[in-house]
Design a protein around this ligand. Structure first.
Ligand SMILES: NC(=O)c1ccc[n+]([C@@H]2O[C@H](COP(=O)([O-])OP(=O)(O)OC[C@H]3O[C@@H](n4cnc5c(N)ncnc54)[C@H](OP(=O)(O)O)[C@@H]3O)[C@@H](O)[C@H]2O)c1
Length: 330
């Protein structure tokens, strides 16, 4: 089967298409024909080995798992003995986690992994994009920010995959949403549902005099020190990107006027992720969440996909299509 892989750390050019034997599902496992998989910021770190601490997770000298990609959607192609939750032909979506393998025509996952059924109305690309952005934004807003109706939420990086999903989900949770993005994305972020948009190239969103219950730094480009002046008493700064500062601030701010929170949503147990997948599928079916997709590329263009990701300015998700539906030309 065809795979996209990177056998050493480096720029997008180290990613190439290769072949691997088609994996066989074991007991309690299913093989998924991958029809869409996202190429996200964490795949970029996985391929580049940057920042350096990423290598603690991905492999010190070279990627431990050269076939990358976690967020996927596709069809169950085969099931191993004792598999009860899924059958051949089921539409599914979810995440493989740290072992990757989604940038391949087929991947084998445990049936109790972070995998759920995908309703008919949601496209393959949208489903893979949901796993990329909304699966991060939902726990941040709900569990980190405790967003409730009437709250004021600022989303920094509102045009990205996490930020774009955060705009839609914060609106769904009843918040008044301000999105922060560059000039080219102002209309896009408004179309996602933000009631207010700050062009970050013109205005410092943390110094407008407005106050927020939650500042969600989806891009991880600001700091708690900057954000706290834009928070109300009891307000929360959420960030996606770890640093020594935020680790310390998370502890020291606990008893303070405002709080700093970092979360690692991908590390949550699969049984916690599965209900979120179901909830997001339902929200996508009803159109409450419509993932933004920057580009859909064939797997052969994996290096181009990484080039877009590495700009740090993609609009929503970048998707590759490793496989085609049975009967379609490959
Ligand atoms: N902690 C976790 O559990 C977790 C989970 C998933 C992802 N992440 C991390 O979350 C981050 C965002 O992921 P993503 O997929 O949303 O990335 P993305 O799609 O690349 O989006 C990043 C967005 O940030 C904006 N941006 C770029 N430079 C900026 C700056 N200096 N100030 C403010 N905004 C800026 C860009 O929009 P404009 O060009 O319009 O500004 C872009 O749309 C990544 O670092 C990723 O690794 C963390």
């Amino acid at each position: 089967m065809r795979v996209a892989l990177a056998e050493r750390y480096g720029p997008p050019e180290v990613a190439a298409v290769g072949t691997r034997p088609r994996p066989e599902p074991g007991r309690g496992e299913l093989r998924i024909r991958v029809l869409a998989a996202s190429v996200g910021a964490s795949d970029g770190a996985w391929r580049s080995g940057r920042p350096w601490f990423a290598r603690l997770a991905f492999g010190l000298r070279r990627p431990r798992h050269p076939v990358m990609g976690s967020d996927l959607a596709g069809l169950v192609d085969a099931v191993g003995p004792g598999t009860t939750r899924f059958a051949v032909g089921d539409r599914v979506f979810g995440a493989t986690g740290a072992s990757g393998g989604a940038h391949a025509e087929f991947v084998v996952v445990g049936e109790n992994g972070a995998i759920e059924r995908l309703p008919e109305g949601v496209s393959w690309s949208d489903a893979a994009a949901l796993c990329d952005g909304a699966m991060t934004a939902l726990p941040f807003l709900r569990d980190g920010g405790h967003v409730r109706p009437g709250m004021r939420v600022l989303v920094n990086g509102a045009a990205g995959s996490v930020g774009g999903a955060a705009v839609q989900l914060a609106r769904h949770l009843g918040a008044e949403v301000t999105g922060v993005c560059s000039t080219a994305n102002v209309d896009h972020v408004r179309a996602l549902g933000a009631q207010h948009v700050v062009d970050r190239t013109q205005v410092d969103a943390m110094r407008t005099g407005e106050r927020y219950d939650v500042v969600f730094d989806a891009a991880g480009k600001s700091t708690y020190r900057r954000a706290r002046r834009a928070l109300v008493e009891g307000g929360v700064y959420l960030t996606t990107v770890p640093s020594w500062a935020i680790m310390v601030q998370q502890l020291t701010s606990r008893l303070g006027r405002t709080r700093a929170v970092i979360m690692f949503t991908g590390l949550r147990p699969d049984e916690v992720k599965r209900p979120d997948l179901d909830e997001l599928a339902a929200l996508a079916t009803t159109g409450v969440v419509r993932p933004a997709i920057d580009r859909v590329l064939p797997i052969e263009r994996i290096a181009d996909a990484y080039r877009i990701v590495d700009t740090g300015h993609k609009r929503g998700s970048v998707i590759v299509t490793p496989s085609t539906e049975p009967g379609e030309e490959s």
